[in-house]
Design a protein around this ligand. Structure first.
Ligand code: GLU
Length: 177
């Protein structure tokens, strides 16, 4: 099996990626259960451009605030360096920490904790062991503990999320290639 197939077959979160995004604002009027999910789920923003990505990411996350979340973070990459910024609480608190954070590409996330408390360490984005890969993720990885035990002994984790397991797994398979 190729490494990519390995990764995909190991990550049962793909199921949640396929199901949760089909809910949108329109569903709120007709789907009571959907309404509950929408009010308690993450938001994801990504940008690749030629202006400063930080402002775009923060503005995007502000637009997603209505969905409900407990913490947020951004990763911004420039030509020479990259920065990871996270905060518990409102986007305004994250924004207050982003002065001087510059780059032209980035990803941002508002988190609704399912695995691990709403702390800064557990907020997304998460990085792989060598920090080559950075991941934001919506949903639940049901088999994350099995993945950790089977593939990731010796890895160093900063938090308790299922997402951090996923990005370490991706890093491991790609870098072993
Ligand atoms: N399961 C992940 C976590 O607890 C993602 C939760 C979400 O979709 O915000 O960090």
């Amino acid at each position: 099996m190729s490494n990519i197939s390995n990764i995909l077959s190991s990550l049962s979160f793909l199921k949640s990626l396929l199901t949760i995004p089909i809910l949108n604002e329109g569903d709120m009027t007709s789907l009571i259960r959907g309404y509950y999910i929408i009010k308690n789920m993450c938001g994801i923003v990504g940008v690749v451009g030629n202006t400063n990505a930080t402002d775009i990411l923060i503005q995007g996350l502000e637009k997603l605030e209505y969905r409900g979340y407990d913490s947020a973070g951004i990763f911004v990459a420039g030509e020479a360096s990259s920065q990871l910024v996270k905060a518990v609480g409102r986007i305004a608190e994250l924004a207050a920490k982003t002065e001087g954070v510059e780059g032209t590409a980035g990803i941002g996330h508002t988190r609704w904790a399912t695995h691990g408390k709403p702390t800064e360490d557990n907020a997304h984005p998460h990085r792989s062991e060598t920090e080559r890969f950075v991941l934001v993720h919506n949903g639940v990885i049901e088999n994350y503990l099995e993945i950790k035990e089977e593939y990731l002994s010796g890895h160093h984790f900063k938090g308790q999320t299922d997402t951090e397991i996923a990005v370490h797994l991706i890093g491991k398979f790609v870098e072993e290639d």
